[in-house]
Design a protein around this ligand. Structure first.
Ligand SMILES: Nc1ncnc2c1ncn2[C@@H]1O[C@H](COP(=O)(O)OP(=O)(O)OP(=O)(O)O)[C@@H](O)[C@H]1O
Length: 317
């Protein structure tokens, strides 16, 4: 596959306004994104995701390193590079709140260079795709957050660029609307061949939608892997152990001090072991404690557990 975005060892520091101290927001961040890929940019608050996204879309100039988009340097060839990108940053804040849905689409179509005679067709297409027809005459101000977010994404689609960058596209949406936005993004990537980079805290978005994830922690990339690969890697060491009698508080404390147990019930524990053979140690200890084991099963692991483990322990294997 061909790479469309290449982030090469970018570094960005900010000067804190009050203390004047220099704070490194991203350091030596490198990754590539292939044409048509959906990549999730993940990380705890303040990790450097927005800084990375803003650097890719040319809103920030890195102190060191480069970004190339379709082979064009985002600083030296800014205009040519940015022609390939649209971004939804800070969600609905970029919309005109006193205009209707329809008026926003028409305004931004002109603004993003859609030829005049194609505007009506383009707006119609997007109203249909995003199911915004029955809201088209509503003021943005009166829309729900979910509707505003859908409109913000549809505005980003007007320019028909190869790459769409989205900063927290499902922030604050209810489960149903979040699901709808996820399906739309999947449709856009698969049916229209767009490359999508999403920065998010929303783990189901990553597990369900992204093919690959780049995890940033304290300004550095700590993982760059396929999502299914990460889930497989961690699932091999996830177990659910059911015992015949309830564990005492003492037994629970003793086990917790030796194994990374992430879920307890009276007679069940779930653990993500660092090494597969640790399950035998766990079995031996339960036996010593005269706690007969009822069942041991491998469990599924969700992306949130993988993410926490990576951020807390900084390991991918
Ligand atoms: N303009 C700025 N001036 C000073 N510090 C900044 C500025 N922008 C970001 N930072 C700092 O840089 C770090 C990275 O911020 P960034 O917004 O990139 O993180 P993030 O991963 O997007 O976080 P969040 O998930 O909270 O949005 C943070 O510690 C932030 O306080």
């Amino acid at each position: 596959m061909e790479s469309i975005i290449s982030v090469n060892a970018i570094h960005k520091a900010y000067k804190k306004r009050k203390s004047k101290q220099i704070f490194t927001a991203v350091s030596n961040v490198s990754f590539s994104v292939m044409k048509g890929e959906i990549v999730g940019l993940l990380g705890p608050n303040g990790a450097g995701k927005t800084t990375t996204i803003k650097t890719i879309c040319g809103l920030l100039v890195p102190d060191q390193g480069t970004v190339t988009i379709n082979g064009f340097d985002s600083v030296r060839d800014r205009k040519k590079a940015l022609r390939h990108i649209s971004a939804v940053l800070e969600g609905n804040r970029n919309l005109y709140w006193r205009l209707t849905v329809f008026e926003n689409l028409v305004y931004f179509a002109g603004n993003r260079g859609v030829p005049k005679k194609e505007i009506a067709k383009k707006v119609e297409e997007l109203l249909t795709l995003f199911q915004l027809h029955d809201k088209q005459d509503e003021l943005v101000n009166n829309l729900s957050r979910g509707m505003q977010q859908k409109l913000a994404v549809s505005v980003a689609m007007l320019a028909d660029t190869d790459v769409v960058l989205l900063d927290e596209p499902t922030l604050g949406l209810d489960v149903e609307t979040g699901y709808e936005v996820r399906n739309l993004l999947r449709h856009i990537a698969h049916e229209q061949g767009k490359t999508i980079i999403i920065s998010t805290h929303d783990m189901p978005v990553v597990q369900d939608l992204c093919e690959r994830t780049i995890i940033i922690n304290e300004g550095e990339v700590i993982a760059n892997e396929r999502v299914d690969q990460l889930l497989r890697l961690f699932a091999t060491s996830a177990y659910r152990v059911e015992v015949k009698a309830s564990l005492t508080d003492e037994q629970q404390a003793m086990l917790a001090s030796r194994f990374p147990i992430h879920h307890w019930e009276a007679d069940t524990l779930e653990v993500n072991l660092d090494q597969e053979q640790d399950i035998y140690k766990l079995m031996a200890i339960l036996k010593q404690n005269e706690t007969p084991i009822e069942t041991i099963n491998r469990t599924g692991i969700n992306f949130e557990q993988v993410f926490r483990k990576l951020v807390n322990e900084g390991v991918t294997s």
